[in-house]
Design a protein around this ligand. Structure first.
Ligand SMILES: Cc1cc2nc3c(=O)[nH]c(=O)nc-3n(C[C@H](O)[C@H](O)[C@H](O)COP(=O)(O)OP(=O)(O)OC[C@H]3O[C@@H](n4cnc5c(N)ncnc54)[C@H](O)[C@@H]3O)c2cc1C
Length: 305
């Protein structure tokens, strides 16, 4: 039975600040995707929790949206409710830092450097939010969030607020219990990370150097989703794509970057269907040439059928 009953629709329409048919493309780094059937942008955790609890009770599908930097949203958009999580508060207590899930990792990297804390410089390479980073244990330059994470505060519809240790979150290379395990559908409210005292100016110099190097080797200033594929154990997805001669391969306005094989760039006007077809083509070619099975790192969400 469909969730789309008169009372569920009335409840959705009654949510304060809700918007119907809200375009989502501009809320993703790809610049691609159809609208949210219903959309809320919320900064107060209790409001986010009430919204997803209400959805669960009524069987309404929902999607939590961070900065939209790891998503390919279907051209037909997203069914049910999309909640954009924008709680961005932070507190620094000695060398421990607690940050709201909606704060951007890059912003937090600068905040902690200003506070003369070290150990979070890697986050300058992650354009998503803290919540999105927990979801798939984001990392960069050989360092992952799990190496500094002390705990996360979260919310499970039907079970309420919880505190999760890194073990509860089952963090692994670009995955977690939120992405595929026991905590699927749960909300990350905040995280606490443990850093070290150090020279903030040195941290800023290191971040500037890493950013310069990245700008030379990856198409950072284009519309993209970062790495499209996870790196297979002991290899690099970008190397495999390049070796298969797929740099520059195209589907509509979606192109495999000529700068880095693990990036797909929206040159302007690419559809989600274009990108998906290109992803499938690359996977098939890499499998045919080298027998390697690439797995998408980007998450495809919404109404694909
Ligand atoms: C140019 C570029 C470079 C990138 N480089 C890197 C890199 O070096 N390393 C890396 O790891 N990633 C990288 N990424 C990918 C991306 O930034 C990360 O995956 C990031 O963690 C996604 O966060 P987000 O807020 O954008 O999440 P979104 O894309 O908005 O969402 C991704 C998933 O997280 C879930 N989610 C978001 N917020 C919450 C929350 N509060 N609670 C529960 N679930 C939530 C969503 O429901 C969704 O399933 C890059 C992306 C781009 C565009």
């Amino acid at each position: 039975m469909s969730w789309r009953t008169r009372s569920s629709l009335a409840w959705l329409r009654g949510l304060p600040g809700v918007r119907e048919g809200e375009p989502l493309a501009s809320r993703t780094s790809f610049g691609i995707g159809g609208p949210a059937e219903f959309f809320l942008e919320l900064g107060r955790p209790d409001a986010i929790e009430a919204a997803i609890e209400g959805c669960c009770r009524r069987g309404i599908p929902y999607l939590l949206l961070g900065a939209g930097t790891n998503l390919l949203i279907a051209d037909k958009g997203v069914e049910g409710l999309v909640v954009r999580v924008v709680n961005r508060e932070h507190t620094i207590d000695g060398t421990r830092v607690r940050a709201g899930a909606g704060l951007k990792m890059m912003r937090l990297a600068r905040i902690v450097a200003d506070a003369n804390l070290r150990g979070f410089e890697f986050a300058i390479g992650v354009p998503g939010t803290v919540g999105g980073a927990v979801y798939q244990d984001a990392g960069c330059w050989g360092k992952e969030l799990r190496e500094v994470l002390v705990e996360a505060e979260g919310f499970v519809p039907g079970a309420g607020r919880q505190r999760w240790t890194p073990a509860d979150l089952d963090l692994g290379y670009r995955t977690s219990a939120l992405r595929g395990g026991a905590l699927k559908g749960a909300l990350v409210v905040s995280v606490t990370v443990q850093l070290q005292r150090g020279d903030g100016e040195e941290a800023k110099e290191l971040m500037a150097k890493l950013t310069r190097e990245r700008n030379e080797s990856q198409p950072i200033k284009t519309k993209n989703c970062g790495s499209v594929f996870k790196n297979p154990a002991g290899d690099s997805a970008g190397r495999l794509v390049q070796a298969a001669g797929l740099k520059g391969a195209r589907e509509g306005a979606a192109v495999v970057s000529t700068l880095h094989g693990n990036f797909i760039v929206n040159e302007g006007g690419a559809t989600a269907a274009d990108v998906r077809k290109l992803i499938e083509h690359v996977m098939a070619e890499v499998k045919r040439r080298f027998g390697a099975q690439l797995e998408p790192e980007v998450e495809m969400v919404g109404r694909w059928r």
